[in-house]
Design a protein. Sequence first.
Length: 379
Amino acid sequence: MEWDTRLIHDGQEPDPLTGAVNVPIYLSTTFRQSSPGVGTGYVYSRTGNPTRAALERALARIEGGAGALAFGSGLAAISALVMSYPKGSRIVAGDDLYHGATRLLELSRTHGVRVDFVDTTNLANVRKAFASGPPVSLLYLESPTNPLLKITDLKAAAAIARRGRATVAVDNTFASPVLQRPIELGADIVVHSMTKYIGGHSDVLGGALVLRTQELLDRLYWFQNSAGGVPSPFDCYLLIRGLRTLGVRVRQHVANAQQVAEYLSHHPRIVRTLYPGLPGHPGHEIARRQMDGFGGMVSAEVAGGQRAAIGVAKRLKLFTLAESLGGVESLVNHPALMTHRAMPLAEQKAKGISGGLLRLSIGIEDAEDLIGDLRQALA
Ligand SMILES: *Cc1c(COP(=O)(O)O)cnc(C)c1O
């Protein structure tokens, strides 16, 4: 089946009891047993819930895994994953991850896990990390990254990890499964903040782990159930609803982002435009190979530094000044003062997160209106 068909039908059969075409919201926290230990398979809602199971089934089929686990937020998912590595393990991770993921990995150091952060856009760094030091248990990647939209060659990085017998996890939030399927590229675990493109309407938090093998699914299920960071049945319903329109939404995000990026790249007040769909982007060729579109996120550096960038952000009318991304509405974020504020200034500087940088989450409005809004804000 093709993409749009799969997003609407995979794992989402009409309710066998009533024929309802939408998955029912099962609020019940507990399930009757006919004899002690004998029942329908559902026991208690943290352990398993039919609405959550429908979401997990759909996610597993779409990403191509043996199974999926849904969580109450992206960070609850990442936390379960990180927690599953015991004292003495070694994790190699990208050095430009979502800041919350970096924080959790740093926390795991206090529990005796060794974590090495490397720039995975240069595969020589990944090879070097695997060639020196103790064996690696997990390679943790993100592509494209936030807010600099750096691209890692996932297939090549996964091959290095495979030779080193390490598990590979990829945070696929920025691409969404419509544009990139990491398991097809060699990953073992796909991470999502479903709060972003999968939810798609900035009204629900959610996270997911999709596992390539049954063994990984069983291992991580233990952590989902034991740590308990599960989403509510109502949230699962909203996330299933989001999945059904993901295809059409993402195509519109991508088409708009390409137009906005091209407009900004020619604007005299923009110093540099970061978008993997621009031929000058250092990851353009890899992104073309491993993605089915370049995504809906565009970052740009305004001439005149922080003061000028704040002025532009405040003059924008259609773009709302707010954190987060992936919703139908366009948002503008000033990473240095907002999403990345907790990062020390020296580190921001070293990474290239300057005061002039703005990150745009391009929504699905008409591109002409978005460009018109940018034109007046930059005038
Ligand atoms: C937002 C985000 C997260 C964290 O997800 P929450 O749902 O906010 O907990 C993780 N990774 C990426 C790439 C994100 O954008």
